[in-house]
Design a protein around this ligand. Structure first.
Ligand code: ADP
Length: 450
């Protein structure tokens, strides 16, 4: 969470489809799935076309031709040697039974009687898979021709399916890499949108193509520019209004001083003081944004934290430091850091419930970063508002804040102070259902340390 400046951080509840794994939700996966489905469909279509249309037609044409050929062959009354020589050329098997005896070009050829009785099925699947032609010879004998058409067709089918599978795999691989390349701009745009929604307003996405993605990227960059402009204008307006209000407020204060003391005057004076405080905080917010007004000194964070904690120990629900380093040296502006600790503890006390346990503070050091976690036991902040609480004037529940007297500037000041130190403040819901604010300070040598 890095919600620097404005209204971009409000998170929206994720739709049900977002609960699917990220890979299944990506356009890339969907396009690859469509291509695979199309390739598989095409494969089935081609295979079906061959199996149900080309195959049977081919089969019957070949059958017709073979019938003619066997008749022609039988008319020449071939003997065993001629039949063998002819049969080898076209993969035919021949059997003869008649006045010239009985012979066969292949030992497994069924007898003519077996063919007539339809008894081939009991012998073997290979024999059954052949086409048989019974043709009378000129000498009164009978020729039986057998041709393995089915087996040949199966071989052709297998080769065809293997070829189509190879083509399909090649198509999928080429599609995968082409789509990956093609969708690169979309991926970059997506990252840009993520960064923008996390509050990085200076994001610029590189325009690498001139197609729809290129135009989309250009429009996105333009939109970011406009958002930056709008936020700058909003900040400027706040600043100008704050400046302008200072003089009339001073005049009102003087006028109130001159009025005779009475409860109405005291009420108005309190209102004027509150307005003055709000204006002072707004001006402070602006000064921090431009990085002005910070007096950075390398010093120990812990005494500052202990001091602030001490002032809240007797305020309900109380505070305790549960895990702490003895000292943590960082380059900080002590007064500003004190303001951050005080704001967080004031909020924890303001929003505490009667039964709330004491606020817990833990201090850890992770590599080059000091991490301070302030955990309370109050009502917490709804998940959907977590990104927005650091925006100026944001209040989770306006009626709640009215009772507690806040106007939503405390956390945005904390954010600016932490960012001016090169650190950050973020928020989590904790297991006690309250809020956990996490402060990070870069220590000496860490990137971003002042
Ligand atoms: P305020 O002056 O209104 O407290 P802040 O900027 O400090 O302004 O806080 C913004 C809003 O965040 C508050 O109005 C409140 O609704 C919510 N909030 C801040 N701290 C807590 C907390 N510890 N527990 C619950 N809600 C909180």
């Amino acid at each position: 969470m890095n919600n620097r400046d404005g209204c971009l951080g409000a998170s929206v509840r994720a739709p049900a489809s977002a609960r699917k794994p990220r890979a299944l939700r990506s356009v890339f996966t969907k396009l690859v799935a469509i291509m695979v489905a199309m390739a598989a469909g095409l494969l089935l279509l081609v295979a079906g076309f061959f199996a149900f249309i080309v195959g049977p037609n081919l089969h019957s044409s070949i059958d017709e031709l073979l019938r003619d050929y066997t008749r022609h062959l039988a008319a020449t009354a071939p003997d065993l040697a001629t039949a063998k020589e002819r049969a080898a050329r076209v993969n035919l098997h021949v059997r003869y039974e008649g006045p010239a005896g009985a012979w066969s070009t292949a030992p497994d050829m069924p007898t003519i009687d077996e063919i007539r009785r339809g008894a081939v099925a009991q012998r073997s699947a290979v024999l059954l898979n052949r086409n048989y032609y019974l043709v009378p010879g000129p000498d009164g004998g009978t020729y039986l021709f057998g041709w393995s058409l089915g087996n040949r067709m199966n071989q052709i089918h297998t080769a065809l399916v293997a070829l189509l599978l190879g083509v399909m795999i090649a198509v999928i691989v080429i599609t995968y890499f082409t789509l990956r390349q093609l969708l690169q701009p979309l991926k970059r745009l997506n990252e840009g949108v993520d960064r923008l929604s996390a509050g990085e307003l200076d994001v610029v996405v590189a325009e690498s193509t001139h197609d729809e993605f290129g135009r989309l990227t250009e429009a996105f960059n333009r939109m970011v520019g406009r958002v930056q402009g709008m936020i700058a204008a909003r900040d400027q307006l706040l600043l100008d209004v704050s400046h302008e209000l200072r003089s009339p407020l001073t005049r009102m204060k003087v006028a109130l001083e001159l009025m005779p003391a009475n409860p109405r005057r005291d009420g108005m004076a309190a209102d004027v003081t509150e307005m003055e405080r709000m204006i002072a905080e707004l001006l402070e917010l602006e000064r921090l944004r431009s990085g002005r007004g910070l007096e950075i000194v390398r010093q120990d964070l812990m005494p500052i934290l202990r001091d602030v904690v001490a002032t809240f120990e007797s305020t309900a629900p109380g505070v305790r430091i549960v895990a702490a380093k003895t000292e943590i040296f960082a380059a900080i502006d002590a007064e500003k850091v004190r303001t951050v600790f005080r704001n967080l503890l004031e909020n924890a006390a303001k929003y505490a419930r009667p039964e709330s346990r004491p606020v817990e503070i833990s201090v850890r050091q992770e590599d080059n970063t000091a991490v301070i976690r302030v955990t309370d036991d109050g009502p917490g902040i709804p998940e959907s508002e977590i990104e927005s609480v650091f925006e100026p004037f944001f209040r989770v529940d306006r009626s709640r804040s009215k009772n507690t007297g806040g106007y939503g500037l405390g956390l945005s000041i904390c954010k600016r102070i932490m960012q001016a130190h090169g650190g950050d403040i973020s928020l989590e819901r904790n297991r006690r259902s309250g809020a956990s604010f996490i402060l990070t300070f870069p220590l000496e040598g860490a990137p971003g340390a002042p």
